[in-house]
Design a protein around this ligand. Structure first.
Ligand code: FAD
Ligand code: DHB
Length: 389
């Protein structure tokens, strides 16, 4: 097989890149090691920056998002028994869209199918070769047969545990990492959310987040121990703990009901530099991970795709390498700003082992400053809605 761009990974970054390339007439093949259903079964991001919304529009997959997604003009920071609204729209003129990653992925997969662009699911033992030369290629096994894809470029969109980053010689890559001493326990349930807007709660018992997928489906999270197990958390125990971490008026509004998804995610900040190695580009979670506080992971995957797609389009249309040469620097500039924001929001909102009473007072005082200073709220709001590309 031969294609212009071989894309490893059928998550949001691989699918969005594939869709933009296909619409620009640049052929591409996606290979993923798992099945379509498995990918659609993963519950992850829920908040899209307006820049991501625009890219999905450019990719021709925005119709269902505009019909079913929930534009949000603000969110609450809760602490000290009260909550305080960050008015995103008043402070920045922008809003965010609450629309699940699962739905974004489904829309992109459907559009890819309609366009007839090829995806190989359940491709085993994917390997990438010769990306430091002019003729890179990818191999994989399917049904006991080894296949080879010759290509001009490889896009490593295969997430944190993928093969792309691991194929780069250690001496060519520098990594930066911070692991946080707690996780997030999340549930999905068909119950109305406690509030129409998201609530990020700082509480002495630990962080809590009230989010949603629709007006009838709630996505709630609580900070938990890193080594905790989902089996330790009955729905009843989860809701009791969640309720305790919310201000009273929200706690009273909590409707409970059976959850149909429950999972624990560790929190990590990670960046690999650079994001280009010859004809291999790292995109999205394969190059960087942020803790979920602030909802930046999927949005960073989208901005990487924006820079790479424009570079590749320039290359194929004009034979100019300027865009692909600038990819790593442009993407990393934005990545580090989101890494900083996610780290700072995580630090502000969670209970760390050494937070103590002093640390709690410092957090509360920072939150108090944040909500009473227009400059500080604006800084938070402009990071939350997404910095310009
Ligand atoms: P992935 O989604 O990880 O996709 C990678 C794909 O590559 C997968 O399909 C995988 O099967 C495939 N793959 C892996 N290895 C191989 C291999 N060896 N060969 C072939 N294929 C391979 N982000 C936000 O912006 N907002 C949020 O609100 C938010 N909330 C989150 C909540 C949780 C609980 C979690 C866990 C994450 C959240 N994120 C959020 C982060 C977001 O989900 C990720 O940043 C996003 O999925 C990254 O997309 P990606 O396509 O780069 O990687
Ligand atoms: C969701 C996840 C986040 O990390 C966040 O900051 C907001 C919302 C969610 O899954 O809905």
């Amino acid at each position: 097989m031969r294609t212009k761009v071989a894309i490893i990974g059928s998550g949001p970054s691989g699918l969005l890149l594939g869709q933009l390339l296909t619409r620009a007439g640049i052929d591409n093949i996606i290979v993923d090691r798992v099945s379509r259903d498995y990918i659609l079964g993963r519950v992850r991001a829920g908040v899209l920056e307006w820049g991501t919304v625009g890219l999905l529009e450019q990719a021709g997959v925005a119709a269902r998002m505009f019909a079913e997604g929930l534009p949000h003009d603000g969110y609450s920071l809760a602490f000290d028994g009260r909550d305080h609204r960050i008015d995103l729209f008043a402070l920045t003129g922008k809003r965010v869209m609450v629309y699940g990653q699962t739905e974004v992925t489904r829309d992109l997969m459907d559009a890819r199918e309609v366009a007839g662009a090829p995806t190989v699911y359940e491709a085993n033992h994917v390997q990438i070769f010769d990306f430091d030369g002019a003729k890179p290629y990818v191999t994989y096994e399917k049904d006991g047969v080894t296949h080879r894809i010759d290509c001009d470029f490889i896009a490593g969109c295969d997430g944190f545990h993928g093969v792309s980053r691991k194929s780069v010689p250690e001496k060519s890559i520098k990594t930066f990492e911070k692991v946080y001493p707690f996780g997030w326990l999340g549930i999905l349930a068909d119950i109305p959310p406690v509030s129409h807007e998201l609530i990020y709660a700082n509480h002495p018992r630990g962080f809590a987040l009230s989010s949603m997928r629709s007006e009838t489906r709630s996505r709630y999270y609580i900070q938990c121990e890193l080594d905790d197990k989902v089996e330790n958390w009955s729905d009843e125990r989860f809701f009791d703990e969640f309720r305790r971490r919310l201000p009273a008026h929200h706690a009273e509004a909590l409707v409970v009901g059976p959850s149909f998804e429950k999972s624990i995610a560790p929190l990590r900040s990670f960046v690999a530099e650079p994001m280009r190695f010859g004809r291999l580009f790292l995109v999205g979670d394969s190059a960087h991970i942020v803790p979920p506080t602030g909802a930046k992971g999927l949005n960073l995957a989208a901005s990487d795709v924006y820079y790479l797609f424009n570079g590749l389009q320039e290359y194929f249309a004009e034979k100019s390498e300027a865009g692909i040469d600038a990819y790593s620097e442009r993407a990393l500039g934005r990545v580090w700003k989101s890494v900083r924001f996610s780290w700072s929001m995580t630090t502000l909102m969670h209970r760390f082992p050494d937070t103590g009473d002093f640390g709690q007072k410092i957090q509360e005082s920072e939150l108090d400053y944040l909500i009473h200073s227009k400059a500080a709220s604006t800084a938070m709001a402009e990071n939350y809605v997404g910095l310009p590309y």
